[in-house]
Design a protein around this ligand. Structure first.
Ligand SMILES: *[C@@H]1O[C@H](CO)[C@@H](O)[C@H](O)[C@H]1NC(C)=O
Ligand SMILES: *[C@@H]1O[C@H](CO)[C@@H](O)[C@H](O)[C@H]1NC(C)=O
Ligand SMILES: *[C@@H]1O[C@H](CO)[C@@H](O)[C@H](O)[C@H]1NC(C)=O
Length: 578
């Protein structure tokens, strides 16, 4: 209003007596200016599931699991069938999602066996000089909230500097787990973390206790002469081992399974039976608080990661055991939040997205029950660098009136594309001092272009390049060359059963020279590798991809490793032993 008055006064002075004209043009300007401001700054609502497979969702072809709310998003929006995660494990994939950059650029790709952050107490995490889309949207006047899982680290130097905390990465509000759900968070589930370390500490404690008893008995019966002081030393060392065994065991839950609101711990350890309803309640109240927008809400589900804690209402209801129950509960939460958008009249002003951080976890089993997701026709799963099942995830966008409804796009896209897309929608500018690997998806989603901007996508396993995809735009072929693949157990199983996940390097992988080549547009399941005999373009394709790798490597610079043992993750190592 003040702007209109001011403008009218200035214009009236400029145009002299044409006051009416000045008023009309200023009103037009203000209405027009206002409405473009609203349209160009939509609310952004991002749903990211944890470990959900592309084959677990109704609109991606699953006819027995019920995901009506995710399906509703697809019906009212655009569904991508070749939406690719930058890594097949939580920490690196989410780092790439948040920054629009391959995790190797931020030091969030591991060259050792610890491929995700292991512990709230480690010093690794998303470096403070990385810029998340939340930070850029915050600068554009957005209220930015994160509800749910973070898994990008907490502290650097001291136990509460919170240098990696979401509030230090552009979020105004955080409610959720700084870590991730793990089996250790639920009593009576087989622990996932620290099993190897615990076993070692327990073994040493027992050996020392046995030696101590033998020596003491020898001494008492006079068979052995040994000083009491030495016995006392043994006792002390034994006690230390015992205490560290106990603390690594007893405190995993206490230290990792916590909920925070902003900088404060609200539950330690968290009570899983309340978690889903708390997450939903927080998401709902964030939207209500910010209904006048613009807001960015990142709903980062703790579902459908093990231990799959599911509330009574959904327990035993799906056709797929506890895993299916958990998926259906998550879908219900999506529905509740979408309903709220409708009710608040925000649906047409909200750019909504649904995806999973990577593929389903095939090795997650409890006896004969499958506790991990299903990746449909795609080979492999979580933890594998190159195989499609680990990286091809659901990707759905809805923005009524701006994006077409019920459209399917088969072009290659990346989770890293969210970064430039939402920064563009918010009217922000991309950082100019670093490489951004994602591309703005709006032209593709709106149908203004038919082709994705991605030519090559690099598929890493930790910091090891395992495979490369080449989208040959003129022919429509999508070539994929695998240089390294994991060794499956049993052979041909498509997974590494008996381990927690497949390894990235060492004896658990096979190197291929020449690489295994597939054309995903003809063979999406990667079942028949091509050869120079069966594919006339074989040599040309391998050569092109080789050049792209060289070019890509030239853009990489050495950065501090966030997942190395020096970052304090090792002491609390996970039993993902490869
Ligand atoms: C649907 O999902 C369940 C749970 O992951 C899976 O076991 C089943 O095979 C899937 N069905 C189809 C048709 O993909
Ligand atoms: C929202 O957008 C859709 C699609 O353009 C339109 O049909 C509907 O009327 C709009 N709803 C409101 C409340 O403006
Ligand atoms: C962040 O800091 C590290 C260490 O100083 C440096 O190597 C890296 O290039 C920086 N990253 C960015 C994006 O500036």
């Amino acid at each position: 209003m003040i702007a209109v008055l001011l403008c009218t006064t200035i214009a009236a002075i400029l145009f002299r007596r044409h006051f009416l004209m000045a008023l009309i043009s200023c009103l037009l300007w203000s209405t027009f200016g206002f409405s473009t401001a609203v349209d160009s700054k939509p609310n952004i609502l991002l749903f990211l599931a944890d470990d959900l497979g592309i084959g677990d969702v109704g609109c991606y072809g699953n006819n027995t699991i019920r995901t009506p709310n995710i399906d509703r998003l697809a019906r009212e929006g655009v569904k991508l069938t070749q939406h690719i995660a930058a890594a097949s494990l939580c920490t690196p994939s989410r780092a790439a999602f948040l920054t629009g950059r391959y995790p190797i650029r931020s030091g969030m790709a591991s060259n050792n066996r610890y491929r995700a952050l292991q512990w709230n107490a480690g010093s690794g995490g998303l470096p403070a000089n990385e810029t998340t889309f939340a930070r850029l949207l915050q600068q554009q006047g957005y209220s930015t909230g994160l509800i749910g899982k973070w898994h990008q680290g907490v502290n650097c130097e001291s136990f509460n500097d919170h240098c990696h905390h979401p509030l230090n990465h552009g979020f105004d509000y955080f409610y959720g787990m700084p870590f991730t759900l793990i089996n250790n968070c639920q009593e009576n589930k087989p622990p996932e973390m620290d099993v190897a370390l615990q076993d070692k500490l327990w073994l040493y404690s027992q050996i020392i206790a046995l030696a101590l008893l033998t020596l003491a008995a020898g001494r008492l019966t006079g068979l052995v002469y040994i000083r009491w002081k030495i016995l006392a030393c043994f006792t002390l060392v034994g006690c230390l081992f015992f205490i560290s065994w106990y603390s690594s065991y007893g405190f995993v839950q206490r230290w990792n399974c916590i909920l925070m609101r902003n900088h404060d711990i609200t539950e330690q350890p968290m009570r899983l039976e309340r978690t889903a309803s708390l997450m939903l309640k927080e998401a709902v109240s964030f939207i209500k608080r910010n209904r006048h927008g613009p807001f960015l809400l990142f709903v980062s589900f703790l579902h459908v990661h093990t231990p799959l804690f599911t509330t009574a209402k959904f327990l035993g209801k799906s056709h797929h055991g506890l895993y299916g129950d958990n998926v259906e509960e998550m879908d219900w939460m999506v529905g509740k939040i979408l309903d709220l958008l409708d009710k608040e009249g925000l649906k047409n002003h909200t750019f909504t997205y649904f995806a999973s951080d990577h593929g389903g976890h095939l090795e997650a089993q409890d006896g004969s029950a499958q506790m991990g997701g299903w990746n449909g026709i795609y080979k492999g799963g979580k933890g594998m660098g190159g195989w499609e099942g680990g990286i091809r995830v659901p990707g759905i966008f809805r923005w009524p009136g701006v994006l077409p409804a019920g459209i399917v796009i088969n072009e290659p896209t990346s989770l890293m594309d969210i970064f430039p897309t939402v920064v563009h929608l918010a009217g922000g500018r991309l950082p100019q001092d670093r490489v951004i690997d994602g591309r703005n998806l709006m032209p593709l989603l709106q149908g203004r272009t038919q082709k994705s901007e991605h030519k090559f996508l690099f598929h890493y396993c930790g910091s090891y390049l395992h495979a490369v995809r080449w989208h040959q735009k003129d022919s429509g072929a999508v070539w994929k060359a695998h240089y390294v693949t994991p060794v499956f157990h049993p052979a041909g199983a498509g997974a590494c059963y008996g381990k927690r996940i497949c390894p990235c390097f060492g004896e658990g992988v096979t190197h291929h020279d020449p690489p295994l080549l597939y054309d995903l547009s003809r063979d999406p399941s990667e079942s028949q590798p091509l050869s120079a005999d069966t594919e006339p373009l074989f040599d040309t394709v391998i050569e092109q991809i080789g050049r792209a790798i060289e070019e890509h490597r030239r853009t990489l610079t050495a950065v501090p490793q966030q997942l190395s043992s020096a970052q304090g993750t090792r002491g609390a190592g996970m039993s993902t032993s490869e």
